[in-house]
Write a protein that binds this ligand. Structure first.
Ligand code: HPA
Length: 273
């Protein structure tokens, strides 16, 4: 594992000649942030040693390195999902590589289904906490102590001062925000009405098929984490409607300019220790 991380990291540093401290992971329909980056290197995932390949529509697979809001960033344009058949270790491998590159702050985004009836499609939700309902965990197996502790503390996976900074810049920019709990499921089937009711009852405000594994590994690595969900559809158990990937991408695309503004402002102001 350490060798694989080292190999990928070495390859990326060779191409990009820089080691950013801020990492960004862009979810479904949110890849447009890359247009705002002053790009130094855009590296297709398939060229990076030991990286899995992205297969899902709407997900491009590039690691983009450059500057955004005058700070160096490394951006994952597209992610790997557990439901594609990758192991949890494969899904989170890029986070291990970001850590090896020197990333200390991770901003992670996704498109998610809203469970909180107060939400509207297109809302941006700051993730304040998560529930791991994927049935798996990327830290299963022997722990590599140089990467992080055996039993990482999860009392505050989403860094409080990242949440308050995001709320402050959103208020400056007049961007409406929600806050809530994200539940990560395995997918790829969407939720039944009964499952939707259950997820709401256990305290979730949004549901999706990503993010939880990557955040667990980011916490294991000691990173500060900010999680942002674009609510692409609303799932209400007594009025559950079919949703298509096309619809989810359209809503995410519409929210993208607001999300991008938010991320840029956060990057401008975030303190890295
Ligand atoms: N359920 C699960 N994942 C999702 C959804 C949903 O309704 N929308 C976007 N990702």
């Amino acid at each position: 594992m350490l060798e694989k991380i080292e190999e990928a990291t070495h390859y990326i540093i060779g191409k990009a000649k820089t080691t950013p401290k801020i990492g960004i992971l862009l979810g479904t329909g949110l890849g447009g942030l890359v247009d705002r980056i002053n790009i130094k290197a855009s590296i297709p995932y398939e060229g990076i040693p030991n990286f899995p390949r992205s297969t899902v529509e709407g997900h491009m697979g590039n690691l983009v390195i450059g500057s955004l809001a005058e700070r160096e960033v490394v951006v994952m344009q597209g992610r790997f999902h557990y439901y594609e058949g990758y192991s949890m270790q494969q899904v989170t491998f890029p986070i291990r590589v970001m850590n090896a590159l020197g990333v200390r702050v991770l901003i992670i985004s996704n498109a998610a289904g809203g469970l909180n009836p107060q939400f509207n499609p297109g809302d941006i939700m700051i993730i304040t906490d998560h529930i791991n309902l994927t049935g798996d965990n990327p830290l299963i197996g022997p722990n590599i102590d140089t990467l992080g502790p055996r039993f990482p503390d999860m009392s505050q996976p989403y860094t409080k001062n990242m949440v308050s900074l995001t709320e402050k810049v959103a208020s400056d920019e007049k961007i409406h925000l929600q806050k809530g709990v994200y539940v990560g499921i395995m997918g790829p089937s969407l939720e039944t009405a009964a499952e939707t009711r259950f997820l709401r009852m256990i305290g979730a405000d949004a549901v999706g098929m990503s993010t939880v594994p990557e955040v667990i590994v980011a916490v294991h690595s000691g990173m500060k984490v900010l999680g942002l969900s674009v609510i692409s559809n609303l799932n209400l158990p007594d009025n559950l409607k079919p949703h298509s990937l096309e619809e989810i991408i359209v809503v995410a695309n519409n929210a993208a300019p607001r999300l991008i503004k938010l991320i840029e402002r956060v990057i401008q102001e975030v303190e890295i220790d």
